[in-house]
Design a protein around this ligand. Structure first.
Ligand SMILES: [Zn+2]
Length: 176
C-alpha cells in the first residue's frame, strides 16, 4: 500500500470499506467491456459519497489516444456537474494512472487518487517513462491536499493486466 501526503484534508470518502466498494464498481465496468477495447481500465469518480463520473478505455472506439478511462471519467464528471474542477473528489482506477491521467487529475483538482494494481505489479507498457513514477508527480506537485493510495483490491485488479515479466503480443503492446 502506498500512501502519499494525506496531511491536510481528510475527505468523507476516505473510509477503506467505501474504497473497496467504489473499486469494485471500477472493476465491474471493466468486466462489462468486450475484450477488444485495449488495456482494460475502469475508473470511477466520487464526490461527497456519490459517483459523479465513470469511464473505461475509449481510445479505440473514439479514435482518441487521450481517451484513457480516467480522462473519460473526468470529462463525464465535470460535464455532469457543469464544473471545471473536481476539488474534494476521489478518483478510483483499477490501475495506477499513467502520467497523462495523473497530470489531468492534478489539473482537475482531484483530492485523492485510489488505485488497484500498482506499477510494480504490471507490465511496463502501461506506463510511458522508464524511470519517472507517476507517484513522483504527486509527491512533487504544488498541491498539498492531494493523496494517493494503492493496492485497493490490488490482486483482483492486477489480474486484469499483463505481469511484469509476461510476453505481450506485439499488437497489444501499449507504449513500446
Ligand atoms: Zn492514462
Amino acid at each position: 500500500m502506498v500512501l502519499f501526503r494525506s496531511d491536510q484534508r481528510q475527505n468523507a470518502d476516505s473510509n477503506a470499506n467505501r474504497d473497496d466498494d467504489f473499486m469494485r464498481r471500477a472493476l465491474a465496468l471493466v468486466q462489462a467491456e468486450p475484450k477488444s477495447v485495449g488495456a482494460p481500465i475502469g475508473c470511477v469518480i466520487v464526490l461527497n459519497g456519490k459517483i459523479v463520473g465513470e469511464g473505461t478505455n475509449e481510445v479505440a472506439c473514439q479514435h482518441d489516444p487521450t481517451a484513457h478511462a480516467e480522462i473519460v471519467a473526468i470529462r463525464r464528471a465535470t460535464q455532469s456537474l457543469e464544473a471545471q474542477e473536481l476539488r474534494g473528489a476521489t478518483l478510483y482506477s483499477t490501475l495506477q494512472p499513467c502520467g497523462m491521467c495523473t497530470m489531468a487529475s492534478i489539473w482537475a483538482k482531484i483530492g485523492r487518487i485510489v488505485c488497484g494494481a500498482e506499477r510494480g505489479q504490471v507490465h511496463r507498457m502501461y506506463f510511458e517513462d522508464r524511470h519517472l513514477d507517476t507517484l513522483d508527480f504527486i509527491a512533487d506537485a504544488y498541491r498539498a491536499d492531494l493523496s494517493i493510495k494503492g493496492g485497493v483490491l490490488g490482486s483482483e485488479c492486477a489480474a486484469l493486466y499483463y505481469g511484469a515479466d509476461d510476453i505481450v503480443p506485439i499488437e497489444e503492446q501499449g507504449n513500446i
